[in-house]
Design a protein around this ligand. Structure first.
Ligand code: SF4
Length: 347
């Protein structure tokens, strides 16, 4: 790790560490003896700042992000945020899945930054790097304080998640939506259970995520679905696309936005190693499809987009169809990001 461990082992599951990245404040490293956190190590830090300006913001649909965690126990093999763990000299493979940095002072820091004279109340996107409703949130409960700060400052925001824990904060989301623009989006790339276990082993099942959409809609909170990623040759079969879009429609999503898998450095190595183990016959096809870099060819992306949009029309997704009444604004458009420096994970 880039931060320098002082290795003051307390004999239990805690130890203090110094860090170059998070200032002179101590880092406390913990493990918990509960099945849900087996094999997971938490590094609690006091961050020096929270609202982050996105590099190359002109190419992104948002400029400011908040990420209370780094690393994600949802452990998606394709996760685009893996590379960011290397900035801490942490492993981008299993380390990303199991070494979780927790910014324990996130709520107080955000409240202070939102109240700063220079802050102009711009839109803040959450869930753009790692999932803020991953399992750790059940223990650390950072999001209630974050949402309360955004509500109190009537600061517009959007939130993208695969976590069902978001429903714990339903009341705060409702309150925030009454005073500012709130965009909610759940990520469901496919509904096939076997593919889920292989590719997104730490996430709630797609049906449970769609129940989140349903519940939010039932409370008058419009929720879109980011259909991401569509995985070439594994989840792009027309019948699978249809089943997924139909389930999204039945959940009452106000929109569906498809996004084809992209494989930037960090994610690419991990995903291709997995592919070689699980689907070796696909390796050559992937090498050809992604021969030009991190993105599938435009023709492929256009084909998937057209198929999903046609299905969405057929199933009536959107404000004129089966979608819920819009009480709050859906998240900003999440288009395939252009190549370049970005931390967008599109969970
Ligand atoms: S893709 Fe999203 S949910 Fe999956 S591991 Fe990455 S940050 Fe977590």
């Amino acid at each position: 790790m880039r931060w320098e461990n002082l290795a003051l082992d307390t004999g239990g599951h805690e130890r203090a560490a110094g860090t170059a990245l998070f200032g002179a404040h101590a880092v406390v490293t913990r493990t918990f003896d509960t099945p849900e956190f087996a094999g997971v190590t938490f590094h609690e830090v006091r961050a020096r700042s929270l609202v982050n300006r996105v590099p190359g913001a002109s190419r992104m649909p948002f400029e400011w992000t908040v990420n209370p965690y780094r690393g994600c126990t949802h452990a998606c093999v394709y996760c685009f945020a893996r590379k960011t763990h290397s900035y801490l000299d942490l492993d981008t493979g299993t380390g990303f899945d199991s070494q979780i940095v927790v910014k324990v002072n996130a709520p107080e820091l955000l409240r202070r930054e939102l109240g700063a004279r220079g802050w102009r109340g711009e839109h803040i996107a959450m869930g753009t790097n790692v999932d803020c409703y991953q399992r750790a949130e059940g223990r650390y409960r950072l999001m209630p304080g974050i949402l309360a700060a955004l509500r109190d400052h009537a600061n517009p925001f959007s939130l993208l998640t695969k976590g069902t824990l978001i429903l714990r904060d339903l009341e705060l989301l409702t309150q925030a939506a009454q005073v500012t623009d709130v965009g909610l989006s759940v990520s469901v790339g496919f509904t096939d259970p076997e593919l889920l276990r292989a590719v997104e082993p730490g996430t709630p099942a797609p049906q449970r995520r769609l129940d989140v959409v349903r519940t939010l809609a039932g409370h008058g909170l419009a929720c879109g679905v980011l259909m991401a990623p569509v995985i070439p040759f594994l989840s792009d079969d027309p019948a699978l696309l249809r089943a997924t879009v139909r389930a999204i429609a039945e959940a009452g999503a106000c929109s569906v936005t498809p996004l084809v898998l992209h494989l930037r450095p960090g994610a690419r190595e991990w995903f291709m190693a997995w592919l070689g183990r699980e689907h070796p016959h696909l390796v050559r096809r992937y090498e050809r499809l992604y021969a030009d870099g991190a993105y599938a060819p435009k023709w492929y992306q256009r084909r998937i987009t057209r198929q999903v949009h046609d299905l969405a029309r057929e199933y009536g997704i959107g404000p004129d169809g089966a979608g819920t009444p819009r009480r709050i604004r859906p998240p900003g458009p999440v288009a395939p990001p252009a190549p370049g420096p970005t931390q967008l994970s599109l969970i």
